[in-house]
Design a protein around this ligand. Structure first.
Ligand code: ZN
Length: 253
C-alpha cells in the first residue's frame, strides 16, 4: 500500500545521497543552496496568521524553520527547497525551544523534522492536513541495542514509506525499533513549550497500534496522564502512514 502511495508523490524524490555522499564539494554546494534559500525565504517580521483548519486553511506570514540546529535537521533537502518547511511563527519557536530543551537532556541525540506547510499554506499534497502552518511531522527516533540508530534518518522522503511492525520494530531488521520513551518525552516537551507560546497540542496522530508500547514507558505514562490528546482510532490508510513518524496539530489559544 505504501508503494501505491509512492506513485502519488512525484514531487518528493529521495535525496539520501546528499547526506551520505563522500563528495564534499557537492555537500558544500548543497549547504550553500540551503543557506541561500533560507536567507531569501525565512519570512518577514510580521506576525503569522493561521486561517481555517489544518485540513482546510491558509498561512499568512509563514516562517521557514532553519534547516538544522545543533541537535535537529530537516529530513529532506528537496522537500525543504520546494517550500514545504514553513510554519506559524509560534509553532516554529515552539519547535526550536523544544530542541533546545532536548539538547540539554539528551546532549548527543539528533532529531529530524519532517514535512510542515507551504509558505502560504493550502494543500500540501499528499497530506490531508498541514494546510495552515500548525501541523508538523516528526520522525520517530530509533534505537538498536539501546543506542540511537540513525541510518534510516538520511533516506529523505522515502522515510515515509518504511514499515514498522505493531511493536514499533523495523520490518527489515527487528533489532531496530522506535524509542517510545523518547517519543513521549518529545511530545511532553512540545506541549510544555507550546503553552509558553500561547499554543496547545490539539492532536497527536500516531499509529494506534503503538499506544500500548508508548504508554508502557515512563514518559509514555506521563503522556497518558497528561491532557494531550492522542488519536483514539484511525482509518487503516492513516494508521499505516504514521508508523515512521508522528504528526502533531497545534492550536492557537
Ligand atoms: Zn502530518
Amino acid at each position: 500500500m505504501k508503494f501505491k502511495f509512492l506513485l502519488f508523490l512525484p514531487i518528493l524524490s529521495c535525496n539520501a545521497q546528499v547526506s551520505n555522499s563522500n563528495n564534499s564539494a557537492t555537500l558544500d554546494s548543497m549547504a550553500l543552496q540551503i543557506e541561500n534559500y533560507y536567507t531569501q525565504n525565512k519570512g518577514n517580521n510580521l506576525p503569522s496568521k493561521s486561517i481555517g483548519t489544518p485540513g482546510k486553511g491558509q498561512l499568512i506570514n509563514g516562517k521557514l524553520i532553519p534547516f538544522k540546529g545543533s541537535n535537529y535537521e530537516y529530513f529532506d533537502v528537496n522537500s525543504y527547497l520546494s517550500g514545504r518547511a514553513f510554519l506559524h511563527q509560534k509553532v516554529k519557536e515552539t519547535l526550536l525551544n523544544t530542541y533546545k530543551k532536548l539538547d540539554s537532556i539528551y546532549p548527543q541525540r539528533q532529531f529530524k523534522i519532517m514535512e510542515c506547510a507551504n509558505k502560504n499554506g493550502g494543500a500540501l499534497f499528499p497530506h490531508k492536513t498541514h494546510q495552515n502552518g500548525l501541523s508538523v511531522d516528526f520522525m520517530m527516533p530509533l534505537i538498536q541495542e539501546n543506542k540511537p540508530y540513525y541510518k534510516l534518518d538520511t533516506i529523505g522522503t522515502t522515510h515515509y514509506f518504511i514499515t514498522l511492525n505493531s511493536k514499533g520494530q523495523y520490518n527489515r531488521d527487528t533489532s531496530i525499533a522506535i524509542d517510545f520513551n523518547l517519543v513521549a518525552k518529545q511530545i511532553l516537551i512540545l506541549g510544555e513549550k507550546a503553552r509558553l507560546k500561547g499554543l496547545k497540542i490539539s492532536k497527536v496522530i500516531i499509529n494506534t497500534g503503538f499506544k500500548d508500547e508508548l504508554f508502557a514507558t515512563v514518559f509514555g505514562n506521563q503522556l497518558r496522564l497528561s491532557k494531550i490528546y492522542i488519536v483514539k482510532s484511525l482509518d487503516n490508510y492513516t494508521n499505516y502512514f504514521h508508523d515512521d513518524h508522528f504528526h502533531i496539530d497545534f492550536e492557537i489559544l
